[in-house]
Design a protein around this ligand. Structure first.
Ligand SMILES: [Zn+2]
Length: 68
């Protein structure tokens, strides 16, 4: 059990504490793509999922309307 899971993330390679918004580890220089573009990628993925769901919804509506 951890008291604060997202308080201070640690480097997966050297284990040094890394700031959550740091693009790379200050100790070993490991690139952290999750922190660097995670929010942008997540936002983009969220919009993509919304667009796909909307497209599926429209296609289903068209199929149901055409079946009648
Ligand atoms: Zn490191």
């Amino acid at each position: 059990m951890t008291a604060a899971p997202q308080a201070t993330p640690h480097c997966a390679v050297c284990g040094a504490p890394v700031a959550s918004d740091a693009p790379r580890c200050p100790s070993c220089g490991l690139s952290r793509p999750a922190a660097q573009g995670g929010s942008v990628l997540g936002r983009h993925g969220l919009w993509t999922i919304g667009a796909v769901l909307l497209a599926v919804y429209v296609v289903v509506l068209l199929i149901v309307a055409a079946a009648k």
